[in-house]
Design a protein around this ligand. Sequence first.
Ligand SMILES: Cc1cc2nc3c(=O)[nH]c(=O)nc-3n(C[C@H](O)[C@H](O)[C@H](O)COP(=O)(O)OP(=O)(O)OC[C@H]3O[C@@H](n4cnc5c(N)ncnc54)[C@H](O)[C@@H]3O)c2cc1C
Ligand code: SF4
Ligand code: SF4
Ligand code: SF4
Length: 381
Amino acid sequence: MKKIYFDSKNKKDCNGCGTCSLICPKKCITMEEDEEGFFYPKVDKSKCIKCNKCKNVCSNFNEKKENNEKAYAVINTHKKYADKFSSGGMFFALAQYIIEKGGVVFGVRYTEELKVVHDYAENIDDVVKFCGSKYVRSDLKDSYLKVEEFLIKDRYVLFTGTPCQINGLKKYLGKEYEKLLLCDVICRANPSPKTFKMFKQNLENTNNKRVKMISFRGKRNGWESPNTLIMYEDGKEEKNNVFLNAFGADLINRPSCSKCVFVSKRRISDITIGDLWGVNEIFPSLQFKDGVSLLIINSLKGKQVFNEIKNKIKYKEVDYDKACSFNYFKVFPVYVNRKKFFKFIKKGKINEENFIEMMEKYMKLGFCRKKLKRLKEIINA
Ligand SMILES: Cc1cc2nc3c(=O)[nH]c(=O)nc-3n(C[C@H](O)[C@H](O)[C@H](O)COP(=O)(O)OP(=O)(O)OC[C@H]3O[C@@H](n4cnc5c(N)ncnc54)[C@H](O)[C@@H]3O)c2cc1C
Ligand code: SF4
Ligand code: SF4
Ligand code: SF4
């Protein structure tokens, strides 16, 4: 049976897309931040007319059937921005196609204060700000409304985001638009903006200078071993993978990610992009330096767009199942110490002065608990 957040009140049933708040005819739903830094809908019951539109529009369901997708290894040969791409630069190729058609590209950028937000770009220089994965839940702001406005004006629109954000947009629009191209990233989790802010603040407090940029996909050790590169206002740089590791370990991620209905081969967009992990085994002779994207075509529209841009990229067809076998197409349970970690943030025991140290400590504790559990299983076997 479908579990809707409004009925279950279980945070795992809400991905935070905000579509319900946009659709409510009485405007009585607001998206409010919880103590972990994630947004959830809150209903003003005094204004609610019980029309159920919010429940019917909820995006946290995957109604897509598995189809025979085609998958490709892609390298964008656009040298100027290659170091900015997370992998092979497939997003940039799609964005260029839309911009050349006079269209608008929606993606995720940092603000001056390094908040992670959705925004739109109408020229290629602004598109570059969307390049590079920010492993933080983005604030969608009024993106869905803006997408609709541009489509009504008959502009081409490329919307990129996590699968739940794509599904939220589809539910909000409620109908197909020929000029809308949807591109999702392969995604199995997304961290809390509050923890990212604390991470940044801790770095600034420790070093007594402003952090100018955080790049999660530093390629100096090679694309396959990404490092988080911290860039300070004085030009100094530092490598610090603690946040990336906590994301990978599921210590700081949105609760809905541990029960995500989109972590699957049933892709809800026209085109899916990701990293082609395992490329050395799949194509041992392929030459690459800055990374290889995995491109999955999910719809006829996706296929048509690919046919129009394929002469501008280097690509090779890849066995879909094999490519996916190296990637994350399953959900991970929440981390053993997650609850305690956030409880201590709430109490102020974990704060901007000790955040990185405590993140490391909690991950070590979790690692020991996992080992102990495994040891008990072996003894009892
Ligand atoms: C939260 C998250 C988790 C991911 N997990 C995986 C994974 O498990 N396996 C995998 O193969 N790939 C994953 N990816 C995708 C991967 O990081 C690259 O985006 C992908 O390889 C495409 O590379 P590119 O060179 O074409 O993209 P780039 O040129 O780097 O473009 C990045 C694209 O990602 C979008 N984006 C950036 N940050 C966010 C964000 N916070 N939320 C939504 N969209 C964002 C941008 O708008 C742009 O469209 C994840 C991405 C995100 C954002
Ligand atoms: S039931 Fe209708 S009026 Fe009430 S919160 Fe939901 S959408 Fe709004
Ligand atoms: S529509 Fe989105 S924000 Fe509203 S309950 Fe469903 S998943 Fe949560
Ligand atoms: S794992 Fe699922 S719920 Fe979490 S951000 Fe990705 S698509 Fe959304």
